[in-house]
Design a protein around this ligand. Structure first.
Ligand SMILES: Nc1ncnc2c1ncn2[C@@H]1O[C@H](COP(=O)(O)OP(=O)(O)OP(=O)(O)O)[C@@H](O)[C@H]1O
Ligand SMILES: [Mg+2]
Length: 119
């Protein structure tokens, strides 16, 4: 079985469409998107959300979770960095994890074949 990697991208809500398109373009097959609140090293200070400077320390973000095996992790990182970059505080973070297993409930398939289209 090929190695499975889970990648979480937490970024600005207004970057979601661009990020989704960038991931689709490199062949990422599945993703889970959640609206979240968060802060990073800058603790949410000085972040601008919808034109306002946010003084509370939790700022709305989107979290895009994707599991890959065929698409190289580096390619996902490059696509996400390019799509989400503004250069301003709060562009986001990417977390990379080794994933132990995946199960496709309908067929019972496990591991890499659970997330690969057989075509
Ligand atoms: N150490 C962390 N653990 C868990 N989630 C984190 C962590 N750091 C950042 N996040 C998540 O990532 C989001 C984006 O982080 P953010 O871009 O603000 O990071 P930062 O380190 O403060 O960088 P910047 O200086 O660009 O703001 C946060 O809102 C939070 O949801
Ligand atoms: Mg920050």
């Amino acid at each position: 079985m090929r190695k499975l990697t889970k990648i979480d991208i937490i970024t600005r809500p207004e970057k979601l469409e661009e990020l989704k398109d960038a991931l689709n373009a490199i062949g990422v097959a599945g993703m889970t998107v959640t609206q979240v609140y968060g802060c990073g090293l800058s603790k949410g200070h000085k972040e601008v959300y919808r034109g306002r400077e946010v003084t509370i320390n939790l700022v709305p973000k989107v979290k895009v979770e994707t599991v890959v095996c065929e698409v190289p992790v580096e390619k996902v990182l490059e696509a996400a960095k390019q799509a989400c970059f503004t250069g301003q505080i709060g562009d986001g973070k990417i977390f990379v994890y080794s994933l132990e297993n995946a199960v496709r409930i309908r067929t019972g398939e496990e591991g890499d074949i659970a997330i690969i289209d057989p075509e």
